[in-house]
Write a protein that binds this ligand. Structure first.
Ligand SMILES: [Cu+2]
Length: 417
């Protein structure tokens, strides 16, 4: 054709273009198909490849058991807000007696294990220490799949019911007349000693909405005997992060520190363990009158993550000035559970507004962002008067690493073990 072109270089591309167009089209389509299937392939190799920062979705697996355990709402045995022994008001809720249970109760809590043998508890990191009575944090990014292998170590049936993420009827974890057959009932009430694997997808609608930050919290809880299971203690948090804002471990990459806080009047009178708690902790169980109003009052534990009167360890609630701190707040309980968490010393943005008080009703979930600029040891408490009296208060601490002898100069710990 054109014999005047001497250089061999341009010939090669010409040859490519001389390929039949149909073959070329097939090659291009094949390349597109391979590229678009990569995220799926990575997803199936579960956890070996970083999911985010431009990579594909992951399958994230959690091994969570419902364990019976004894929980002490006031492990220091003192009022950490006054720094003094409990006064008569606090003693109503915390003092053991002939016909009083005191501050320790048998509870059922979600606890995380290292693998499906459920032999080894996964240790909590310092950053998770504040969770207290709450179950482990389940994390995922939009696009991921979550599996929860759940073992019921209790003597009563229990389950896992999540909010927000996508599940089918075999992973809803709630028994009711929903027209499903036996194949989709195994999740509803896992029997004592039983193991069940729940599977959840994390579509866009489970992640942050247009007005949210880079992550949102959903709660999970047992819904077999929903009221009894709640008061037994089976509740935990789940965080979903925007895909392009998630670190490999699922945490939001524009946040330095996260706190999960549940405000709840834990009504131990409605716990399935009431009778066993009386037998175990009242010094004269036969003298207990369960219908007695004052006995009932003594079992209303106005707690934050299962702690009353400042017993949530201060070191677990410590952050640095200038850090990007995200607070995830949740309510639970009944009609007395209207809570107004209030931070002294610093402000947050929540629901798009600047504030230092957030409103919670049962099962409300709110995310609040704080960049603390005011070092010190500060009160963080429910602002409902009756709840203040009953000890729904903890402290948090802001350190100033840049200044020696920072904060309030209080570098000592609360002595909580
Ligand atoms: Cu309150």
């Amino acid at each position: 054709m054109d014999g005047n072109v001497p250089a061999p270089g341009p010939r090669r591309p010409r040859r490519l273009f001389t390929l039949p167009r149909a073959v070329l089209l097939v090659l291009v389509l094949a390349l597109v198909a391979v590229l678009s299937s990569l995220p799926g392939l990575i997803g199936r190799t579960a956890g070996t490849v970083p999911a985010q920062d431009g990579h594909g979705p992951q399958v994230r697996s959690y091994f969570i058991a419902a364990d019976e355990t004894v929980w002490n709402y006031a492990p220091t045995g003192a009022n950490q807000l006054t720094g003094k022994p409990f006064d008569e008001t606090a003693a109503v809720f915390t003092r053991q007696g002939p016909d009083r249970i005191g501050s320790s109760y048998i509870k059922a809590l979600y606890r995380e294990y290292t693998d499906s043998s459920f032999r080894t508890l996964k240790p909590r990191s310092a950053a998770e220490e504040h969770l207290g009575m709450l179950g482990p944090v389940i994390r995922a990014a939009v696009g991921d799949t979550i599996t929860v292998v759940f073992k019921n170590n209790l003597d009563r049936p229990a389950a896992v019911h999540v909010h927000g993420v996508f599940y089918d009827k075999a992973s809803e974890g709630a028994p009711y007349n929903d027209g499903t057959g036996a194949a989709q009932k195994g999740d509803d009430a896992v029997p004592p000693g039983g193991v069940y694997t729940y599977s959840y997808k994390v579509p866009e609608r489970a992640g942050p909405g247009p007005m949210d930050g880079s992550s949102v919290m959903w709660m999970y809880h047992s819904h077999t005997d929903e009221v009894g299971d709640d008061y037994a203690g089976l509740v935990g948090p789940m965080v979903i992060t925007r895909a392009d804002a998630a670190r490999t471990d699922g945490t939001p990459n524009d946040v330095d520190r996260e706190f999960f806080v549940q405000f709840k009047v834990s009504n131990e009178n409605a716990s399935p363990y009431l009778q066993r708690n009386i037998q175990r902790f009242a010094k004269n169980p036969a003298s207990v009158k369960t219908k007695d109003e004052e006995f009932g009052e003594s079992n209303l534990m106005h707690s934050i993550n299962g702690y009353v009167y400042g017993n949530l360890p201060l070191e677990a609630m410590t952050m640095n000035k200038g850090e990007r701190v995200r607070w995830y707040l949740m309510g639970m309980g009944t009609e007395v559970d209207l809570h107004t968490p209030h931070w002294h010393g610093n402000t947050v943005t929540a629901l798009g507004m600047r504030t230092d008080v957030v409103s919670l009703l049962p099962a409300t979930m709110v995310t609040a962002d704080m960049v603390p600029d005011d070092p010190g040891t500060w009160l963080f408490h429910c602002h409902v008067n009756d709840h203040i009296t009953a000890g729904m208060m903890v402290r948090y601490r802001v350190l100033d690493p840049g200044s020696p002898g920072s904060g309030d100069g209080n570098s000592t710990h609360t002595g909580h073990s």
